[in-house]
Write a protein that binds this ligand. Structure first.
Ligand code: SF4
Length: 210
């Protein structure tokens, strides 16, 4: 169990699952940059959060729901939590995350959503088997099942993100395909930084002496 002073932002898990260096740049070095794409994403989230509370038949929809888990050491907000009525007394929570782009091959978005579900489970003493991610580019809602494998992956990402942020160290860049869609590509300079030579290597090269 974590202390309330030691909670980290839930979004760090998504950043960690995407790239540990991106996670450290944002959550250790507080580097952030607003590009056209991140601005679109931010506006989309703000619109969703503004909607507040809606009821549609047997579904109640709450926006901008505060989240916390002392077990995972996380704090954050869910874009939307739908509450589906299952009986007169019971409502099944169903988190929905809004993303600007389209579904990705990696699990970053699913890990973030699963972390939201695990926070809600702890807060509401409930079991949440599934949620969904709405992708703005494809206008498609992807259902996500919170199975054991995804839960373990989420717990591991939370532990890794805590360890990284507590270390205060930013890993060196490793250029990969993901860098091309990274919002911090300009600040990170993955190709340039990776090629950085040591002083000794530089002197050896220019003087020809070992
Ligand atoms: S540019 Fe690449 S190495 Fe740098 S933070 Fe982004 S994903 Fe990580």
């Amino acid at each position: 169990m974590y202390d309330t002073d030691d909670l980290i932002q839930l979004s760090a898990l998504q950043h960690m699952a995407f790239c540990p260096r991106q996670c450290a740049l944002i959550h250790v070095e507080q580097t952030w940059t607003e590009s056209g794409l991140t601005a679109e994403g931010r506006i989309m989230h703000e619109r969703v959060h503004e909607e507040d509370r809606v009821s549609r038949g047997n579904v109640r929809i709450e926006s901008g729901v505060p989240l916390r888990s002392l077990r995972l050491g996380l704090i954050g907000k869910a874009d939307v939590v739908e509450f589906h009525r299952t009986s007169d007394e019971d409502w099944q929570p169903f988190p929905v995350e809004y993303k600007r782009g389209k579904p990705k091959m990696d699990h970053c978005d699913k890990v973030q959503l699963c972390a939201q579900a695990m926070c809600l489970e702890e807060m509401l003493n409930a079991h949440i088997p599934a949620g969904a991610i709405f992708y703005g580019q494809t206008r498609h809602r992807l259902d996500v099942v919170f199975d054991e494998a995804l839960r373990r992956e989420t717990e591991a990402a939370a532990k890794q993100a805590h360890a990284l942020i507590e270390s205060g160290c930013t890993p060196k860049p490793v250029y990969a395909k993901r860098c091309e869609r990274c919002s911090l590509k300009v600040e990170c300079l993955p190709k340039t930084m990776q090629k950085k030579r040591s002083v000794k290597t530089y002197l050896t090269r220019v003087t020809g002496e070992p």
